[in-house]
Design a protein around this ligand. Sequence first.
Ligand SMILES: NC(=O)c1ccc[n+]([C@@H]2O[C@H](COP(=O)([O-])OP(=O)(O)OC[C@H]3O[C@@H](n4cnc5c(N)ncnc54)[C@H](OP(=O)(O)O)[C@@H]3O)[C@@H](O)[C@H]2O)c1
Length: 272
Amino acid sequence: MKHLTIQNTAIPALGLGTYQARGQTAVNIVRQALELGYRHIDTAQFYANEEEVGRGIREAAVGREEVFLVTKVWPSNLDKKRFMPSVEESLRKLQSSYVDLLLIHWPHTSLPLESYLGELAKAQEQGKARFIGVSNFNISQLKRALGMGLPIITNQVEFHPLLDQSRLYHWMLDHDIALTAYSPLAQGRAADNPVLRAIGEQYGKSAAQATLRWMLQLGQVMAIPKTANPERLKENLDVFDFELSEEDMARIDELGHRGGRQVSAFHGADWD
Ligand SMILES: NC(=O)c1ccc[n+]([C@@H]2O[C@H](COP(=O)([O-])OP(=O)(O)OC[C@H]3O[C@@H](n4cnc5c(N)ncnc54)[C@H](OP(=O)(O)O)[C@@H]3O)[C@@H](O)[C@H]2O)c1
């Protein structure tokens, strides 16, 4: 597994997304992923599968300390009263005394950002999270977080070849914040794209593999594709033995457009 080094920290560059994986399917897919070599697992309070993710980790023959485990605090838990108890509940469900990365899932539309980012920092101080970050933040919200002096290690946002995120990506690159790509396969659409398929074929790879390789090769990007299919689990991990040419990287860069989002903003959160 290749790692991305950001702020002097090495993080497994490819992780497993677990949104909509529930029950025994979630337990099995997490266990299988770890057995295949995945070392980065993404969950969230909202996914209602933290217990199953925790069980999958314990069932795999991999030590907890080898896994980079991520969870996210949902907007309804961002007020001061609920924040820490909700993190404690996540840890209980995950059966771990800490997560590797704790994220704010979405910026809150009415609570001041500084109040819940303060709670996020406290969770880190208390050892509940090794690292902290955010998700679905725009540039001005990231500026406010950095203005508080917080060591924001990543912003997890929608990122794939069919969406132009170049402005946000370059800003984050300049500010030493990793981009964690959610919906990296455009929720499966990238796998059917003829250009991505043709590029993949040149390397004996699928369109999904060309897609993941493109973002990992850009630099400072991690990807968390989701699958509940053991074959695709293997396919999505098998992206470290080839390199896209500069020309193919540029061809994929050109596919993105501003209207390519698959995920709509939660409660009208602001993308710009
Ligand atoms: N922070 C946020 O607000 C946020 C928002 C959305 C997602 N996320 C995170 O990002 C993760 C990934 O995003 P996502 O689930 O929206 O979309 P995604 O990973 O882009 O796509 C998942 C879809 O693609 C299919 N798929 C997976 N691998 C494939 C392959 N090799 N070839 C063809 N199809 C393939 C999956 O089907 P099968 O399962 O049948 O393989 C599933 O339908 C989530 O699980 C979650 O952890 C975070």
